[in-house]
Design a protein around this ligand. Structure first.
Ligand code: HEC
Length: 108
């Protein structure tokens, strides 16, 4: 229960865009919640990507630590992880999912 509450608290914190930003943070250098917010915000949206993106094919979406730095670089709205679009027969993120991914990148 405590762990679940912590995840929810982190998620809510990550949603108040800007409020939790630590100056000079960089990928997970600001609030150190990157791994937790990856699990809560990103993982649910990328399960269908893992067939191709959990090994050598970048981006590696299997975990926060495996995900390469370029996909954690703000601003989220222009990061290729948000802007890539349909490829290899895969329908990409919906606008709402893109907003979530962009907000996650900006929270790092
Ligand atoms: C059928 C396999 C396959 C699936 C499923 C797939 N991808 Fe890809 N992805 C690729 C391949 C191959 C490339 C490199 C060639 C290209 O861009 O088409 C790529 C490229 C990318 C890139 C560009 C990387 C860069 O640095 O330029 C991103 C971002 C990406 N994929 C994200 C995703 C996400 C997110 C999903 C799920 C919504 C997904 N992909 C689903 C195979 C796949």
């Amino acid at each position: 229960m405590v762990a679940r509450f912590a995840v929810i608290a982190v998620l809510l914190g990550g949603c108040s865009v800007g409020a939790v930003e630590t100056p000079g943070g960089g990928p997970d250098g600001g609030n150190n919640n990157g791994a937790a917010t990856f699990t809560s915000m990103v993982s649910p949206l990328v399960t269908r990507c893992l067939g191709c993106h959990s090994g050598v094919q970048m981006p590696t979406l299997s975990s926060f630590n495996n995900l390469q730095a370029k996909y954690k670089a703000a601003p989220g709205t222009t990061n290729v992880l948000v802007t890539k679009g349909d490829h290899q027969g895969t329908t990409y993120f919906t606008p709402a999912e893109q907003t979530t991914i962009a907000a996650w990148i900006d929270s790092l």
